[in-house]
Every structure is written in C-alpha cells, then in structure tokens.
Design a binder for this molecule. Structure first.
Ligand code: ZN
Length: 733
C-alpha cells in the first residue's frame, strides 16, 4: 500500500551528515564566477549549523543556547569525507578517465589543464579538482556503507563536484566522477555482506542523470528513476535518452524510468504527482534494500513540498534507509533551505504537509501516463507502430495501466475549467505562453464541460515514430560537419543553461546555429545528380559571412547535372505522447472520431527538415526569453505539403516568402521517400537573369567547403570538384 501506511522513523533516527571543507578546493582556475562553486556547500553547512538542526538532545535552539550545547554538534551524526579507492571507482568509470581525473590537478597539467577542460562539455579544473572529486565519490560510499550496515538510519552527503552527468569515460555537466553510481556499485559488488541486492536511485535534479542511467542500463539490481526537464530533448544534457521511451536493456529492461517534463514550468504539484503516481507504485513493486537520492535542488520549486513529500514517501521503503547525495542546485539560499528541510524530515521532525495550491499541468498527467504505459509494457516495439495509431483508437486501457486514481484525476482535470485559468495566473504567464497542449486541451475541456456528459472515456497511446524525408543539399551543406550544425547545433553548444562550449563543428561560422529540436544525426546519407542548374547569388550570409550562396534553379533542365548530397532526416516525428480523446456524447449522439483524433495526436512534433528550413532562413532566434531558443510555433512542411509537392514539384512558402530559401523543391523519390531541397523562388531566378540581383561567385573559403563536401562524399576528386564549382559560377544563366 501507499507510503502513508508505513511508519516513518522515529525522532531518534540516526542521520549522518557528511561535510568536508576539502571539497571546496575544486573551483574555477582563475576565480571567475561559476554556478557550481564552493559556496554552494558552505551555504548549506552554515544553514544547518545556524539552525543547529536543533541540538543533539532534541532541544530547541533557544534551550540549546541556554544550556551551551555547541550548535555545531548537531543532532545529525557528523561524518568526514574519505577518498574513494580507484578500484571502487573503476566499477563504473574507465581507467583512462580515473587516471585523468586523479592527475589533472598535478603540476604536469599546469599548462594544459584549461585546454583539456574545454574538450569536455561544461567542465573546469583547478589544482583542487582531483582531491575534491575523489572525496565526493568516497564520501557517498562512506555514508551509503554506514546506512546499509544499519549504523545510521539515513544520511546526507554534502558533496561536490556533483556526479550524475559523469559518464563511464567522460566528465561532463560539472561532474567528474559519478558519486552515486560509484556508491551503488560499491554496495552491490564489494559488500555482499551488507545484504544490499536491490538499489533504487531517485534522481530529482532538474537535469537528466545521463551518466547514472547508462551505467546501470542493463542492470536489474539498480532501478534508476529520474524526473527531469526534457523539453522534447532540448534541455541539458539534450540527449534523446532522457525520454520515457528509455526503459533499460536486456536484463535491465524495465529498470530505468524517466519522467521527462515537456517544459520548465513544472512545480511542486507536478513533482508530487510524479511521486504519487509513478515513483510510489514502482518502488512498491521493486522493494529496494536501500534508496540513493541524486539530490539536485535546481528544479526551481517554489517551496520544498515536493522534496519533502518525496523523502517522506521514500522513508516508507527499505526500512527508511535513504542516502541523499548533493547534485545540482545553484541558488545558495534555496539549496541551503532545501537541504535543511530534507534533514528535518530524515530526523523525524514533524511537519505538516500542505498541498501545493497549484494543480499539475495537463501535460504532467499525459507524461505520467506515458511513463506508466512504457513501464508496464516493458517493450518499446509494441507501441511503435504509427499505422496502428492512425488505424485504430482503441488501445491500452490507461486507467488500468496507470491506476484508477490517475484516470479520475485526469478526468477531473479535463472538466475543471478553473484549473488552467488559475495555473496561468499564478505562474505569472499569459495563456499563450503556456505549452500549446494545455491551451488546446483547455478549449476541449470547455466543450466537454458545456455539455452533459454521460460517458467520457480516454484512450491514448504513446508513439515513438518518425516520418522521414531526404533533405538534398547542393551547397556547402554537402560537407557533413557543416550540415550537422543545423541538426546538432553549431559552434556553441545548444544548452545554454550551462557554460557555452565549442563543438567546433564547422569553421567560418559567424552566428551559431541552434540545431534541431531532435538532434539525432541523419540515419542515412546518399548522393545523386539532378537535372537542375546550380548557381551562386547573394554575396554573404549572416551565419557564414562573405562568400556566396548556392541556389538550385527550380526549373528542370536536362542539359544540367548538379550533385546533391541527401540526408535522411525527419519532417514529422511523433516522438512523444499523444492523448487521443474519445468523447462519447451518448445522449446527444455526438461522437468525435477519425480526423479529430489524428489532429489531436499530432500536437508535438520534432521535425528536422523544418528546423533546417527555419535556420537556413534565419527564422530561429537564439537567446530569446530565458536564454532559450525560440523557433516558429508551427512547422512549415507537413504531410499535406509533401503531398502537394509530389504533384506540383515545388512549393513557395507564403509565410516566409521574403526569405532566400522560401521555395521547397521536390526532386523525386528515393527508397520511396520524397527528396526535398530548399532554394530561391523562380521570381529570384528572373532577377538573377535580368541582373536586378547580382550573381555572386563563391569566395575561396566557400568554394573550399563545397569542394570538401564533394571530395569527402567521394563524388569527385579535388580537381574535378573545383572544375564543377568554377563552371557553375562562370556560366551565364
Ligand atoms: Zn542539475
């Protein structure tokens, strides 16, 4: 049954608290400000001391002072850090990685340390990094061992650098060693005597614990549960594997659970919903021997209800054996208050839990349902068939899969018009800033509420399917690294939350590309020649500077032969979850079905072709509000556009008619998939012909990129390629 029925530890709980100033030695090399700074630990420590976490004798702060009980001697059991032994770290990290992390602070790296740091994603090193990293990993081992052995009931390890982004052979996202993973592996593999056979890792840092997930992806002894911001794969670390579809592999299948938020507005209510409807039933079924919490406090929650509620629930499992290890959290006051609040819960202090005023977002219920369906299906392939989605709407009974309560909550949510109104006011955002699903669903809800409903049933399904297209490039995108900038983001990483990093993908970039929302590389590359004339106009681009811009004459001319490099990418990717509503108005006889359901099902799309189109036409604004990337709301190319083009060969996109690449051209089919490219409209060709627009032959650097593409693509050798480009540039139109 629910955790409410379980008794939390009594007030006499022995709670370990590990703090060690030595972990503050890891800092930026030249003292520049950085979110992951030593003061994070100090601010928490100061807070816990100032509050005394009451005294060891259970006295109030005032009484403790009166009786001169030293405040530092808190109710928690103070622990000191210990360095992790290599062999323990080696169970989750490569030897090369361990060696580098151990040596990076030594003298021999004095001149190269910064350069090495820059090779990683969001990493810095200084002379204290090695020791801090070893202590952080060792400290989590230390507390986990004491909790596992029963010496302590629970413990909090105040450690840094954090760990959950660190991968087997790589430091990333401020993390050097994966502290929690090292400790979990230690308990399972080094200390069988402690009897820990199953470990639940709860990662509530706002970022996905990519490292931890990978380390135990095939291991059924570790159930990794991560709730994090996902934003359709664009939020750090922006790897697709943070989605709910990643449920583990082989023996570990079903032991990896991601609850990926669609947007950054999720708050306490949403987290609590995730605990109640996913974490709790899952933990119940898994029945762990110990719970390790990757406790990041960077979710920006308004109060601590979600953390406290989470801890309280978890205390109901594994006889309350909980180990909390600090991960992220960069607001000094907020992390100090959050850790303090969690410590009090572990200590058994009474606290009244007030339900947050806000209701979970509609998308939260949808995400939770998808997670539960995946978790219960245990098979991705079962639900991957998009034809099935279009063909039928009767599918999995969600209410059964996700629990009756959830079904009821969702039903209530749908019918309660006030919910969303209240949410949009209290979150301080206007309705149009809400994710579109909420708004759309809300209008649906109004329809429902305005009629008398006899029966309302929900059927939904989750799909992870992609619809592909060949994007044909004839200009500098023929060189793959250049093209990849539009998919994976160029020059600077796409993840602005953290320090910018250089992907170094393509030289000559003036303005960084933001990449596609779906950063998966093209699944295939293929070359072809087409009967269209290649020409060069426009002397410079905002993105790439001076050099000439390639176009393909939309008119077919069988005397011409231009090379195209085709990348297989998506133009629709229902990479997410869609709820299909079946509204049966039995009394009035109204049945919504067919097209209505399909329209609803395509709310969320990740489409690479459209993202390339946006970027080529500079329709994507970077550094928008909140430092996020802003792109147009709706895709320009969808199924009906592709259908139109198959007959009409070209489509001039009215909404972007003044942009250079506003004309999408249909170049036939390959493997039964349409080949599309983007070029100038015919009206521009007329202007080039008449001289109203000047032609602009490629500059040396631009020509070099074109040649590189053709040579690396094995179409022509360097001399032939130069000849091909020169001839296209020299001939009159
Ligand atoms: Zn984080």
């Amino acid at each position: 049954m629910a955790a409410a029925a379980r008794a939390p530890p009594t007030a006499a709980a022995r709670v370990g608290l590990l703090y060690d100033e030595r972990m503050c030695a890891h800092a930026t090399p030249d003292g520049e400000d950085h979110p992951e700074k030593p003061d994070r630990l100090r601010s928490i420590w100061r807070k816990l001391n100032a509050e005394g976490v009451a005294s060891r004798y259970g006295l109030s702060l005032a009484s403790a002072r009166r009786l001169r009980v030293p405040l530092l001697d808190s109710r928690c059991v103070a622990l000191k850090a210990k360095e992790a032994k290599d062999k323990y770290i080696a169970s989750v990290h490569s030897q090369t990685h361990i060696k580098l992390m151990k040596d990076i602070s030594s003298k021999k790296y004095d001149s190269s340390r910064d350069k090495i740091a820059r090779k990683f994603n969001s990493i810095y090193f200084n002379k204290g990094s090695s020791e801090s990293a070893l202590l952080a990993a060792g400290s989590v081992i230390e507390v986990a061992e004491k909790v596992a052995s029963g010496e302590l009931n629970s413990a909090i390890a105040l450690v840094r650098p954090p760990g959950h982004h660190a991968e087997h052979g790589e430091a990333m996202g401020f993390c050097l060693f994966n502290n929690v993973a090292v400790a979990a592996s230690y308990l399972l593999n080094e200390r069988p005597d402690l009897g820990i056979k199953k470990i639940l890792i709860v990662d509530w840092d706002v970022h996905h614990g990519n490292g931890t997930q990978k380390m135990f992806y095939k291991d059924p002894r570790v159930l990794f549960f991560s709730v994090h911001r996902f934003d359709y794969g664009t939020f750090y670390p922006a790897e697709g594997d943070a989605s709910h579809c990643f449920i583990g592999e082989e023996a570990g299948k079903g032991y990896n659970i991601n609850v990926p938020w669609e947007h950054g507005k999720c708050g306490d209510a949403d987290y609590i919903a995730a605990w109640d409807h996913v974490l709790l039933p899952v933990a119940e079924a898994f029945d762990p021997d110990i719970v390790l919490v990757s406790a990041g406090f960077d979710a920006g929650l308004n109060d601590f209800s979600a953390y406290l509620h989470g801890i309280l629930q978890l205390l109901g499992f594994a006889q309350g054996r909980i180990v909390m290890a600090l991960e992220g959290g960069y607001n000094l006051r907020s992390i100090a208050n959050s850790v303090f609040a969690c410590a009090k819960v572990l200590l058994g202090d009474k606290f009244t839990f007030t339900s947050p005023e806000m209701q979970p977002f509609e998308s939260t219920w949808r995400v939770i349902q998808a997670v539960m369906l995946y978790a219960s299906s245990g098979s991705e392939s079962d639900i991957e068939d998009v034809d099935e989605l279009y063909g039928t709407v009767s599918s999995v009974d969600v209410t059964q899969a996700a629990g009756d309560v959830l079904g009821e909550r969702l039903l209530k949510m749908k019918l309660d018009e006030d919910n969303l109104a209240m949410k949009s006011i209290s979150s301080g955002s206007s309705a149009e800033q809400l994710p579109s699903d909420s708004v759309e669903e809300h209008s649906k809800a109004s329809v429902v509420a305005s009629k008398r409903i006899v029966d309302l049933s929900f059927t939904w399904r989750s799909v992870s399917s992609r619809i592909y297209v060949w994007y044909a490039s004839f200009g500098s995108n023929m060189w793959k690294p250049r093209f990849l900038c539009y998919i994976q983001g160029g020059k600077r990483g796409r993840n602005k939350l953290f320090v910018c990093f250089d992907l170094g993908q393509a030289d000559g970039m003036n303005i960084p590309c933001c990449g596609s929302r779906d950063p998966s590389p093209p699944s295939e590359t293929m070359w072809k020649a087409v009967p269209h004339r290649l020409l060069f106009g426009r002397a410079s681009t905002p993105c790439w500077g001076t050099g000439g811009v390639a176009f393909l004459n939309p008119e077919i001319n069988y005397n011409e032969k231009s090379y195209i490099c085709m990348y297989k990418i998506t133009y629709v990717s229902c990479n997410y979850i869609y709820m299909l509503l079946i509204l049966e108005f039995k009394q009035s006889g109204i049945v919504l079905g067919g097209p209505d359901l399909i329209r609803l099902s395509l709310f969320n799309r990740l489409e690479q072709f459209n993202d390339v189109l946006f970027q080529e036409n500079r329709l994507v604004l970077e550094d928008g509000k909140d430092g996020n990337i802003e792109s147009p709301d709706s895709p320009l190319i969808g199924s009906s556009e592709v259908e139109f083009m198959a007959t009409n060969k070209a489509l001039h996109l009215e909404p972007i008619k003044d942009s250079w690449y506003s004309n999408v051209l249909y170049l036939g089919k390959e493997d039964d998939l349409p080949i599309l490219t983007m070029t100038c409209p015919s009206s521009d060709i007329e202007k080039y012909t008449s001289g109203e627009l000047p032609l602009a032959p490629p500059s040396k650097t631009y020509a070099a990129t074109l040649i590189r593409g053709l040579v690396e693509g094995k179409q022509l050798d360097a001399v032939e390629a130069a000849g091909y480009i020169n001839s296209a540039a020299a001939r009159v139109l």
